[in-house]
Write a protein that binds this ligand. Structure first.
Ligand code: HEC
Length: 185
């Protein structure tokens, strides 16, 4: 929780000094107040919590890769490390987190997952392939272009793509699945 990080990184004297400066003190108190209510995720338990954590991991990997592909000099090692984590949390590992009917609160999973299990699995498996593809394409220079709409989904194609184009295709897999199988907020 942000609350812990905030107080954890401040010594007591820092904290006291901040409170002595009215403006900084007000900001600090406002920050503490807004970080106290728990996010829905904190209330999740069992398999729902596990898969939310896995999804959070994926978001972290995507953020790390985005940072690199947008950089004027992307670091292939940083991309490959994040892509490996992404690959390992997709496919079978992701599907294990969705036992039939597991939609208990605060889950945002939709019951359609189990009606369309084949398509849901296909998207999870595609993400594994794209993670592996990103490992292989990590050193490919970005093109600044959007990927062709009919890009075939196989490892050979992925490995030859500019890294930013494969990143965009990967982000599409996340949103395609969320679009159909995750409740809108
Ligand atoms: C095969 C389908 C599928 C794919 C692919 C997928 N997700 Fe998800 N994601 C879901 C579902 C379903 C939920 C809702 C889970 C729940 O609340 O029980 C979810 C929830 C999330 C959440 C919210 C977690 C929370 O704490 O509430 C994040 C963040 C997320 N996904 C990120 C990603 C990213 C980033 C990718 C791509 C790299 C991705 N997901 C790919 C199905 C998918």
């Amino acid at each position: 929780m942000k609350h812990k990080t905030l107080t954890g990184t401040l010594t007591f004297s820092h904290f006291a000094k901040m409170l002595l400066t009215p403006i900084k003190g007000a900001i600090l108190l406002a920050l503490l107040a807004t970080t106290v209510p728990a996010h829905a995720h904190d209330k999740a338990t069992g398999v729902v919590k596990q898969r939310m954590d896995g999804m959070g991991m994926l978001a972290g990997s995507m953020k790390a890769i985005a940072k690199q592909v947008k950089s004027p000099s992307p670091d292939p090692d940083a991309i490959a490390v994040a892509a490996q984590a992404l690959r390992d949390h997709a496919g079978a590992a992701m599907l294990e987190g969705f036992p039939e009917g597991s939609i208990e609160a605060p889950s945002e999973a939709r019951p359609e997952i189990w009606q369309d299990w084949e398509r849901f699995s296909k998207l999870a498996d595609r993400l594994t392939l794209q993670g592996e593809g990103l490992v292989l394409a990590a050193a490919n220079p970005p093109s600044g272009e959007t990927p062709a709409t009919k890009t075939p989904h196989d490892l050979e194609t992925y490995a030859a793509l500019p890294v930013d184009e494969l990143f965009m295709l990967t982000a599409k897999t996340c949103s395609a699945c969320h679009q159909d199988y995750r409740l809108k907020k």
